[in-house]
Design a protein around this ligand. Structure first.
Ligand code: AP5
Ligand code: MG
Length: 216
């Protein structure tokens, strides 16, 4: 099963992708995480992407399309994957269709996570992740059970993203509305788009996604 999670910054794509990974044995393909790894490694891609990401702008389509195509070819994706953060432009959506056709793969569902802009800044500026295993948390909405200790791996170090400040979030939201939201009609015309209420609590959103996956 190959699924796309589509939604603005802070919609909960990463949170829900991690849950789908565990429940359905799918691989989360987060282009944001891949780019952050490239930045941390200092690779050529990372050097090209860093300033754009820090400012909240999108990384060029050709780089993203090549990166995701290579990743889908890796053996761990054979059992299915969740695209989190890709596609983000019409050019990426069209390129994804071509690459899936070439690779003999199909899309099961495209799930839009609908969230109002006004709550996204709070979600993003309160976010942090475990430095060891990457589990995601929030200062108010998703605290570790024991303060300072990761529920998943027991790690005690946490980190916050360089682009998780209010000014950058506003630019990322503008990019979402200008460049990413226009791909919603592309998928609704194909009959694969389903929406969930991303304003609901984290567990309820998971239930809605499970309903979509079960029904499709
Ligand atoms: P990326 O890493 O994809 O960031 P994003 O799209 O801005 O989305 P986020 O990761 O910020 O949010 P999320 O939806 O995953 O929310 P989360 O689950 O963490 O991309 C970063 C940058 O990389 C881009 O700006 C761009 O520069 C570049 N890039 C990446 N892909 C690209 C592409 N394809 N093309 C071009 N450039 C690309 O949740 C947020 C917080 O809210 C968490 O703390 C969580 O605990 C909490 N939360 C989640 N759900 C709920 C809920 N239902 N209720 C309450 N709290 C919740
Ligand atoms: Mg994310």
């Amino acid at each position: 099963m190959n699924v796309i999670l589509l939604g603005p910054p802070g919609a909960g794509k990463g949170t829900q992708a991690k849950r789908l990974e565990k429940r359905h044995k799918l691989v989360q393909l987060s282009t944001g995480d891949m780019l952050r790894a490239a930045v941390a490694s200092g690779s050529e891609l990372g050097q090209k992407a860093k300033a754009l990401m820090d400012a909240g702008h999108l990384v060029p389509d050709d780089l993203m399309i090549a990166m995701i195509s290579d990743r889908i070819d890796q053996p761990d994706c054979a059992g299915g994957f969740i695209l989190d953060g890709f596609p983000r432009t019409t050019a990426q959506a069209e390129a994804l269709d071509s690459m899936l056709a070439e690779k003999g793969l199909k899309l099961h569902s495209v799930i839009e996570m609908k969230v109002n802009d006004d709550i996204l800044v709070g979600r993003i500026t309160g976010r942090f992740t475990c430095a060891k295993c990457g589990a995601g948390y929030h200062d108010s909405f998703q605290k570790p059970k024991e303060p300072g200790v990761c529920d998943n791996c027991g790690g005690t170090e946490f980190k916050r993203r360089a682009d998780d400040n209010e000014a950058t979030v506003r630019t990322r939201l503008e990019a979402y509305h200008a460049q990413t939201a226009p791909i919603l009609p592309y998928y609704s015309d194909k009959g694969v788009l389903k929406a969930v209420d991303g304003m609901a609590g984290i567990d309820e959103v998971t239930d809605q996604i499970e309903d979509v996956l079960g029904a499709a």
